[in-house]
Ligand binder design. Structure first.
Ligand code: GLN
Length: 481
């Protein structure tokens, strides 16, 4: 039998319900794995966690009690007693939260994010908060103020980002599942690099209340799990309209689509072969396509989505703009780090100058620039127009197909320090950012690799509100492999 921490959520839930194991057993197995070979001053060997909560056993004991008292023995709550890891930008009342930034030093959340309230109601256990790129800006977790997270498959490499801590924790069996957030790929990218499943829900499907905002019009909280079924379970628990998030949507908003069993591949993928590792990722992409055809899917090659071309540029302009505005609230007065200068302006400059890392400062400056009176029309307005055009093209494409298939990332995980040029890191987001621009749901599914090869994932994107299609096709990729 697998060690308990190696179980999927679904498997562990069955054992808990059958009374074969307790939540305390599960938590102890995860904590033992977290503490194995941990260096001094860190929570674990990969730097996946920024904090492991000291009350985890207590949470587990309460969960076992809740099960014992339940007339159904908790059968209706598959998450009862399941230990999860939470990205460090999701608020949990009474606990520290830092978005991996020095500027939030010492800050303690005053309320629970809606997703946390829902998970608490479902009986989940919170193991700790996980490392990430500062304020979810980056693609490798190297922008954390607390050092990079290492990839469990090769510790000289990055775990991906920005939810790198969450992905590494799940892949290394230091948690049964995790939550991350995805602004331009931050759930799917580390899922691909670490070999786990990562879902970015439809924009508005999951409440953003209590998520530290990076880019409010892109951000979505999503699960990172070992299996597609687990991602589905977590998604169904955290989804739903929330009066605290005016951009959240009701489930009935999108009518149910009938499956066509058609899968599209964008034309641009063929045209941009130099962008990705054709031998590794490209080869696996073709194989996945062939296997899906064997499973009865019809392929529509070369669908024309012309606005994919400016998508990356549009994404970054909007990202910078919204980041510069969202991060204005960290002024050295209201939250966390507060440094004193000679005047109020000086206090701001000092606190922000020392509290924010280089990538965050870069984005605030560029964002202020693209929103300034002289440049707004030249950059921001054009990016917003391109985004709307892409959204229309996607809407049209999904009239005819269930999902669009692409690789998640152009390559497997790079080595720590390899992409020191920020632009080269931005380029790696070419396949993930379109779903954030358009609000469509997308999932990264790991595909099987040889023992000595690094993990990679394939990405499926579906119509708004059609996560069901992602799970159906996702399970087929998972089973085929
Ligand atoms: N890599 C992208 C960026 O740097 C996406 C980040 C994210 O999804 N949070 O903006």
């Amino acid at each position: 039998m697998n060690k308990l921490n190696e179980l999927s959520i679904t498997e562990a839930a069955q054992k808990l319900q059958a009374g074969e194991i307790t939540a305390v057993d599960l938590v102890r197995a995860c904590v033992a794995e977290i503490e194995r070979e941990k260096p001094v001053g860190k929570c674990d060997r990969l730097n996946a966690y920024l904090e492991v909560f000291t009350d985890v056993e207590e949470q587990a004991r309460l969960s076992d009690e809740r099960r014992a008292l339940s007339p159904t023995k908790g059968k209706e709550s598959p998450l009862l007693g399941i230990p999860l890891a939470i990205k460090d930008n999701i608020l949990m009342e009474g606990r520290k939260v830092s978005a991996a930034s020095k500027i939030l030093e010492g800050y303690v959340a005053t309320y629970d994010a809606t997703v946390i309230k829902k998970l608490k109601a479902a009986g989940a256990i919170f193991l700790g908060r996980t490392n990430m790129d500062e304020f979810a800006l980056g693609g490798s977790t190297e922008n954390s103020a607390f050092g990079p997270t290492r990839n469990p498959h090769d510790e000289t490499r990055v775990a991906g980002g920005t939810s790198g801590g969450s992905a590494a924790a799940v892949a290394a069996h230091m948690a049964l599942g995790a939550l991350g957030s995805d602004t331009g790929g931050s759930v799917r990218n580390p899922a691909s690099f670490c070999g786990v499943v990562g879902l970015k829900p439809t924009y508005g499907a999951v409440s953003r209340s209590g998520l530290i905002a990076a880019v409010s019009s892109f951000d979505q909280i999503g699960p990172l799990t070992k299996t597609v079924a687990d991602a589905e379970l977590l998604f169904n628990t955290i989804r739903g309209h929330d009066p605290l998030d005016s951009t959240s949507v009701r489930e009935e908003t999108y009518h149910k689509r009938n499956a066509t069993k058609k899968i599209a591949v964008p034309k641009i993928l063929n045209a941009s072969r130099e962008l990705f590792d054709v031998e590794g990722v490209g080869k696996k992409f073709k194989e996945t396509g062939r296997m899906l055809v064997e499973r009865g899917y019809k392929f529509i090659p070369d669908i024309d989505l012309p606005s994919l071309e400016p998508a990356l540029a549009a994404y970054y302009i909007i990202n910078f703009a919204e980041v510069s505005s969202n991060l204005a609230r960290f002024d050295g007065v209201r939250y966390g780090l507060s440094l004193k200068g000679n005047s109020l302006l000086d206090d701001y400059a000092k606190s922000r100058g020392e509290g924010f890392g280089p990538e965050v400062r870069r984005r605030i400056m560029l964002g202020t620039y693209v929103l300034s009176a002289g440049y707004y029309d030249a950059y921001y307005a054009k990016a917003v127009a391109a985004r709307e055009q892409l959204r229309r093209e996607y809407e049209k494409a999904f009239e005819d197909v269930d999902v669009i298939l692409t690789p998640t990332m152009p390559t497997s995980a790079w080595t720590i320090g390899e992409k020191s040029d920020p632009l080269s890191m931005y380029l790696a987001d070419a396949f993930t950012v379109p779903a954030n621009l358009t609000g469509n749901p997308a999932i990264s599914i790991p595909v099987k690799r040889e023992r000595n090869e690094l993990p990679i994932g394939m990405q499926l994107t579906a119509a708004h509100g059609d996560e069901a299609a992602l799970f159906t096709v996702g399970k087929d990729i998972e089973v085929v492999e």
